[in-house]
Design a protein around this ligand. Sequence first.
Ligand code: ZN
Length: 243
Amino acid sequence: MTPEEITALLDLQELDLKLIEYETHQEALPGLLEEIDGPALSAQAIREKAEAELAVAQAQQKNVEKELVANNDNFKKLQTKQMAVRNQIEAEALQHELEALKDRADQLEETGLRWMEAAEAAAERLPELVETATAATEAAATARAALDKKTQELKRIHDEAAELQAPLVKQVPNQVLSYYKRLRGAGKAPFAAVIRKGACSGCGFQHPPQKLQEIKQAKRMMTCEQCGRIQVWREDEEETIGF
Ligand SMILES: [Zn+2]
């Protein structure tokens, strides 16, 4: 590989890292959104549950009141019949019915009271739950906006890098490029590793002098025998470190 080809390969890789950052971000996005929306959704669910409880308690309270009114009407009707009883048996039967209605009224009053208390408790809890849900929803919206902004920014960098890559791709020898692409597909950057202090900068493997010489000469594509990354020699890298 010529120094120009090596430069093209390394520039290509640098741009690739930007593409990868966006790709990684895109993959993480559903999880991030879930994390953002989770607290708001659960706060809303808690609020809705409390609202539903309040509605049920109020409806039940109304039903009980209605039944109590009907029960009292029946009681009054029966009371008027008391004037017209003709014998002891009728009087006792009537008394039974009146007592049953009175028991029922007591029951209903007790039930009504319980529903009233339940409604009051739900109504008391509700404002705080509404406030919590509203705050959580607002926080989620803010976090979403920030994430959207980051996504857009990474996308912009990605698109720009993709455009800059196009001419570089043509400058890298085909064989090197296809091997590079395989490494990129498999995962861990860097895919082309610059030699630092005589070692692969990808995994730290120290090359024997003969191999270093070959990498430096770059007559053919060289790879690290430990990690398989493409090995390239850059005069300036070695000089700054004082190899
Ligand atoms: Zn290596």
